[in-house]
Each structure stands twice: as structure tokens, then as C-alpha cells.
Design a protein around this ligand. Sequence first.
Ligand SMILES: Cc1cc2nc3c(=O)[nH]c(=O)nc-3n(C[C@H](O)[C@H](O)[C@H](O)COP(=O)(O)OP(=O)(O)OC[C@H]3O[C@@H](n4cnc5c(N)ncnc54)[C@H](O)[C@@H]3O)c2cc1C
Length: 316
Amino acid sequence: MTWQANGTSLIKRLPTVRGRYSANVDLSKSTWFQVGGAAEVVFKPADVQDLAFFMKERPQDVPLHVIGIGSNLLIRDGGIPGVVIRLGRGFTNIAVQEDNSVIAGAAVLDRNLAIAAQEEGLGGLEFFCGVPGAIGGAVRMNAGCYGSEVKDVLRNALIVTSKGAIVQMAPEDLGFSYRHSNLKKHDIIVAACFKGEASNPDEIQLKMQKLLKDREDSQPIRERTGGSTFANPEGVSAWQLIDEAGCRGLCQGGAQMSEKHCNFMLNTGNATAEDLETLGEEVRRRVFETSGVTLRWEIQRLGVQEGVTVEEAMAA
Ligand SMILES: Cc1cc2nc3c(=O)[nH]c(=O)nc-3n(C[C@H](O)[C@H](O)[C@H](O)COP(=O)(O)OP(=O)(O)OC[C@H]3O[C@@H](n4cnc5c(N)ncnc54)[C@H](O)[C@@H]3O)c2cc1C
């Protein structure tokens, strides 16, 4: 039997929370790629306790995903079965501490963290201004740029586990590697504390301006994209392998590998998620053929293709 989203009846099975459930939410406008289907239910928890309560009481057979602001996400055309958790207003506090650290809720934009740190003369966190996501996604993905990444500056992260416990984790518990952490699938980052160092606010500002200019010059940041499509393999840049495999500018339907930075995949206007995923897989195939290297998707792919069975949808 083909799977069909039915958010309204799913909501009836979910625990009574203080936050908000919405049924059949079109997510295509909520990601940078602007493709993909609907989430069966979106849950916006009121605060950490509300989220923990939901995690404890939710029916265990319902698929669950958490998303940030969708700058690293490809949502498939058939949508996302089950519940998608999006952290909003209850998770946007930023507090710069006297001991040169800053605590940020998971829904704080990375850019806003960088600005708050700069204003307080806290250096070392400038790189956040170049990552267009929110803190939860940054910790999950060990985001970084221009030589710095989350694992270098994270003091600890506050997490709501799949069973609804609220726990603090140190960087060594999170198994960070390049653009990756070992955080369990259903563990949700709700806040994080980063360490900085006292610095001159004007110098921090200059570093941030340089970083943003370098990025603007080298990456198609004003396009519908998901950032780097593939993680850099050990000792080599993914873009070089892609270029050598002749994939710069390669197209599939409305999807294209950017001419400006060939590890960035673009929705040139009317791409489907299937176009983008098929293009990515073709690039992986060609890169393997020319270099023997298997590229790992950095972009996170969520949801199901259109017309899947109920069993496939429940396993997604
Ligand atoms: C133009 C452009 C440039 C980019 N440049 C960079 C760059 O220089 N460096 C870099 O590292 N990345 C870059 N990215 C990718 C992206 O911005 C980062 O990966 C970012 O950290 C993703 O955050 P997000 O909030 O958008 O997460 P999403 O894209 O929504 O989600 C990404 C992953 O994080 C998980 N996640 C999100 N929130 C939480 C949470 N609260 N708890 C647990 N898991 C969560 C999701 O399940 C998913 O697996 C770029 C993207 C774009 C579009």
C-alpha cells in the first residue's frame, strides 16, 4: 500500500504539550534548496521541559526527525513521515558569560552568536558568521570554516535524549570528526556553551568582514544551495575530485553542480529533490570511476520519494 501523509490523525496520537503541532506542513519553503514535500506533523516545543516531556511520552512507532533552518538539508519530494521537531522561540537565548564563554540556544543563528561575541570582545568564534545555519545544526554537523570548527570551541552541549532525559555532554562524548558528530539520531541539542578569548572588538570585526568577503568571492551563497554537497575526504578537497571527474557545471533536470564552486549543488529554478539527489549520486559515481574515492554526502537527506510503501515510509 502506498504511504499517504495524514497529519491530522497523527496529531491525535501525540501527547498533549504546551508547544504547537501543525499538520501536513510544506517544508519546501523552509530549506535553502526550496524543494521537497511536506512534514506529516511539525512540533514546535514551548521550551526544553516541553520537549523532554514529548520525547518521553511520544508513541515509539512514529518516525521522528529534528531540523534546524535547513541550510544543510535535502528533503525528498514525498515528504517526511511522522513528526519533525523544529526549535523556535523557546530556544533563542544568547548569554555571554564573565568567564569568556557564551551560551546559546539551539535555534540561535550562527551569525547572531558571532555578532554577540564580537560585541562583547570575545574572539575565536568569528567563523560562526560564515555558517548560515543555527546552533543545533552546527553542533550536530561539527560546522566550521576557514580553519575553525565547532569541536575547537565547544565547552559542552545540552541535549534532550530520545527517552526525554536532559543531559549535558562534553565534546569528547560527541565523537566529532570532519562535518560529523556521533550524536544519536533522536538526541536533540537544545543549547550549547562555547569558549572564546578576550580580544579587541574591532579586530574581531575585521576578521569577520574578511571571512564574509572571501566566502562571497568563492561560493554561490546567494543561490538555492545546501552548502558543500560532499565532505572533504582525508587529505583532499572534494571539489578537486569533482572537477577532475568533469562534473563542474553538470546538470540533471533543474539541478546543477555550481560553476563557481563545483562542490556546491544548485537548484537553478525548477529542480525537484529527485533531480538533486540523482545528480549527487551521478557525481559520486563519476568521482569513484576517476579517482577510486567514495564521496560521503555532507548534505543530510531526509524523507521519502514519492509513491513509497507504508513500510518504507515508517523506516525512513
Ligand atoms: C551557502 C551555504 C554555505 C555553507 N557553508 C558552510 C560552511 O562554511 N561550513 C559548514 O560547516 N557548513 C556550511 N553550510 C552548511 C550548513 O550551514 C551547516 O551544516 C549548518 O550547521 C546547518 O545548520 P541548520 O540549522 O541549517 O541545520 P539543518 O540543515 O536544518 O540540519 C542539518 C542536520 O543537523 C540536524 N539538526 C539540526 N538541528 C538539530 C538539533 N537541534 N539537534 C540535533 N540535530 C539537529 C538535522 O537533523 C540534520 O541532520 C553551508 C550551507 C549553505 C547553504
